[in-house]
Design a protein around this ligand. Structure first.
Ligand code: 1HN
Length: 352
């Protein structure tokens, strides 16, 4: 049987080679010879950017390049497994942005969703569709798709934040659009904290029919988020893999703040040793307070305040905390859930 199989293979091989060559001229390939095996995960690898390394480079950028030249003074975090992509993961973008007192980042808009997580400094503001909000460390600030936005700084010290966008998703679909505003900055047309007043008190305008798929809020302030996390740390439950983990909610829908990006914050008790966990969403994490480590098999990254790291899809990790810690994160889970792809697994015992 096997002799017969190998002789017939040998006999047809030259013909198969000619066949493959003929197909190539037609831009076609035989599926039965595919090299790609279907399975979860992609080329992105776990990686960490320590704040102690990145902060001096941001300050250097502030000396070397003006915001006039750069428009946005940002260092993009590129996954070492995705060289040339400029993306931290195949589905989400991450960058670190610095703005100095007196500077502005010119107004523009794009079809992609953006958000900021403030790491350091005070006195900078973000203007979105005519409303200006001040940004403080730990605040999560939104720039939903197709909204005009510019940033400015009326304080006295450098301000640094983590930028997150769903650019890779728009690029995948070929739906990335961008426009410059007519002026450098947009006029302030809304009252201070107007979005918070209208949508941020568990109340909504009775006639509200939002056409937007993003949260109507502009800012989720850290003081309130932190207080809630700490109260829940006493009430529980504490998840074996994630500690006390919450998602930021769109008050108009109860869903995620963006159609593509889910955003989270979690509290880990001192001495926490998380269970092994994996999920199909690619996640970017940022340490807000405390210290800990994240292990991907034998690769262990220590993290502290301001460090940013990525957990690629379906790669098992364990998160631990040396001291009480708070970790902010975002992922493509909103898009994956909407499309029916999302899965997760907490591994029991010593697996992973
Ligand atoms: C953007 O608009 C900002 O508004 C930051 O601060 C980073 C990266 C790619 C595309 C647009 C911002 C960005 C971006």
């Amino acid at each position: 049987m096997s002799a017969q199989k190998s002789s017939s293979t040998a006999a047809v091989e030259p013909e198969r080679a000619r066949y493959r060559a003929d197909l190539l001229t037609l831009n076609a390939k035989p599926l039965w010879e595919r090299t790609m095996v279907m399975g979860p995960g992609n080329d992105a690898v776990p990686a960490i950017w320590h704040y102690r390394d990145m902060r001096p480079q941001l300050l250097r950028a502030a000396e070397l390049v003006t915001t006039e030249e750069a428009e946005r003074r940002v260092l993009m975090l590129e996954n070492p497994g995705l060289p040339g992509s400029t993306y931290i993961l195949t589905s989400v973008y991450s960058g670190l942005q610095i703005i100095l007192p007196g500077e502005i980042a010119r107004a523009h808009r794009h079809s992609t969703n953006a958000m900021r997580f403030i790491l350091e400094g005070g006195g900078a503001y973000s203007s979105v569709e005519g409303e200006r909000v001040m940004m403080n460390p730990g605040d999560f600030v939104l720039t939903p798709y197709w909204t005009w936005h510019d940033h400015g700084h009326v304080g006295s010290e450098p301000v640094i934040w983590l930028d997150a966008l769903d650019n890779p998703v728009a690029k995948f679909f070929g739906a990335m659009f961008r426009e410059n505003y007519a002026g450098e900055t947009q006029p302030v047309t809304r009252a201070p904290n107007e979005a918070e007043t209208r949508y941020g008190a568990h109340l909504l305008p009775v006639e509200m029919k939002s056409g937007s798929r993003s949260s109507p809020l502009m800012l989720y302030p850290y003081d309130r988020t932190r207080e809630t996390l700490l109260k829940l740390s006493r009430l529980g439950p504490v998840d074996p893999a994630q500690g006390v983990k919450l998602r930021y909610a769109n008050p108009a829908s109860g869903g995620y703040p963006f159609p593509t990006i889910a955003v989270f914050i979690q509290w880990l008790p001192a001495g926490f040793a998380g269970a092994a966990y994996r999920a199909t969403d690619g996640t970017v994490m940022c340490c807000v307070e405390g210290q800990g480590s994240i292990a991907f098999g034998d690769r262990v990254f220590q993290f502290e305040k301001g460090d940013v790291w990525c957990c690629p899809p379906w790669i098992t990790y364990r998160i631990s905390a040396a001291s009480e810690a708070i970790v902010f994160s975002y992922s493509d889970r909103a898009a994956q859930e909407a499309l029916g792809f999302w899965r997760e697994e907490t591994l029991k015992g010593n697996q992973g």
